[in-house]
Each structure stands twice: as structure tokens, then as C-alpha cells.
Design a protein around this ligand. Structure first.
Ligand SMILES: Cc1cc2nc3c(=O)[nH]c(=O)nc-3n(C[C@H](O)[C@H](O)[C@H](O)COP(=O)(O)O)c2cc1C
Length: 180
């Protein structure tokens, strides 16, 4: 499979239920996947822009993986994009170094299906990422998600089992998005 970089933004990964399952399943499906957990890599918030750009240059597919916080990614992915997608690298004259690379968005949410209708539709939430892909000439390959992950999930074994299966399917869907 082509080279895959997963940019993971989860400020509290040690307590994660959902994102951890997606990431672990992806690691089993794509053994050479590069996991770029930006929160643990840059705990002081100072991003090594050159190192991040090198990782992107090596990748054919980039995945942004995160739990939805207040209808967007946790803040550090926004900062990462602002710092790393620079003029002359991601866009502008002598830029567009990411041209043709696939971008996939993989998210988890606490909310239930019926919350995400009309103005609240998930594709609206994803649209800034799609716009970023279009602007930088990346190929937006779509998004995948699992809803309805309650904070109490670890206390409800039956629900946890059902959600685990769905989250593993989310990882499988990512693999098919990479291949298509
Ligand atoms: C600060 C914060 C904000 C959140 N905002 C949303 C939200 O806007 N919509 C939603 O559906 N879930 C929201 N959630 C729930 C998380 O998306 C959910 O707990 C997470 O996706 C579960 O993944 P994890 O087990 O890997 O942490 C929020 C959670 C936190 C902690």
C-alpha cells in the first residue's frame, strides 16, 4: 500500500476509547503507517514545521484523526495546519508540494445521528478540511465517522462491544478509501 501518514489530534489520548480503537486497528491493517500524535510530540505547542513538512512529503495519503470538540477538531490540529501548510509549501508560488496526495478525515463524536441534520450536517463540519484540500490541490477522499460515543462508554460493556465493532469498521473503511 502507498505510504500513509495519520495525524492524530487527541489531547487526552490515554483516556480515549474511540480514537484508540481506530488507530490500533489501522496499525494492524497498515503495519507501516506513520502515526503522528501531535499532542504528545509537541506538549509545549511548539511545532517542528520542517519535520512535519518532511513527513507530509513522504506520504501519499494523509489522514486527520480526531474526536470532535465543539463542532470542529480540538484546537491543536488547527494550529498544526496554520504552522505547517505554509506559503511556498502548501500553496503559492513554488508551493503546492501536497498536490495529488489524498486527504481523509476520520472523526468520532459523542452526539447521536439525529443531531446532525440540516445546518448541523456533518459535511458542513468537514467542509473547512475539504476546502483546505481543494486549495492545496490535494485529493479530498472523503470522511468517515462513528457517532454516539458517550463519556460513560467504558462502564457499559455491551455498548462498548458494539461501538468497538463500528470503530474497527471505520478503520476498514479508511483502508478502502486509501485504495480507491
Ligand atoms: C471538550 C469536548 C467537546 C466536545 N464536543 C462535542 C461536539 O461538539 N459534538 C459531539 O458530537 N461530541 C462532542 N464531544 C464528545 C467527543 O467527541 C467524544 O467524547 C469523543 O469523540 C470520543 O472519542 P475518544 O473516546 O477517543 O475520546 C466533546 C467532548 C469534549 C471533551
Amino acid at each position: 500500500m502507498s505510504k500513509v501518514l495519520l495525524v492524530l489530534n487527541h489531547p487526552n489520548y490515554k483516556d480515549s476509547f474511540a480514537n484508540k480503537i481506530v488507530v490500533e486497528k489501522l496499525k494492524s491493517l497498515i503495519p507501516d503507517i506513520e502515526i503522528d500524535h501531535i499532542d504528545t510530540l509537541y506538549p509545549e505547542g511548539k511545532i517542528d514545521v520542517k519535520a512535519e513538512q518532511e513527513k507530509l512529503l513522504k506520504a501519499d495519503t494523509v489522514i486527520f484523526q480526531f474526536p470532535v470538540y465543539w463542532f470542529k477538531s480540538p484546537y491543536f490540529l488547527s494550529k498544526w495546519i496554520e504552522d505547517v501548510f505554509t506559503h511556498g509549501f502548501a500553496y503559492g508560488s513554488n508551493g503546492y508540494k501536497l498536490e495529488g496526495k489524498k486527504l481523509i478525515i476520520s472523526i468520532t463524536l459523542g452526539g447521536e445521528e439525529e443531531e446532525f441534520k440540516g445546518n448541523m450536517a456533518l459535511d458542513r463540519l468537514i467542509s473547512p478540511f475539504e476546502a483546505t484540500a481543494i486549495y492545496t490541490k490535494m485529493k479530498f477522499a472523503g470522511f468517515t465517522y462513528t457517532l454516539d460515543i458517550p463519556f460513560t462508554i467504558k462502564d457499559t460493556p455491551d455498548l462498548a462491544k458494539t461501538k468497538k465493532e463500528l470503530l474497527e469498521k471505520q478503520a476498514e473503511k479508511i483502508v478502502s478509501m486509501i485504495k480507491n
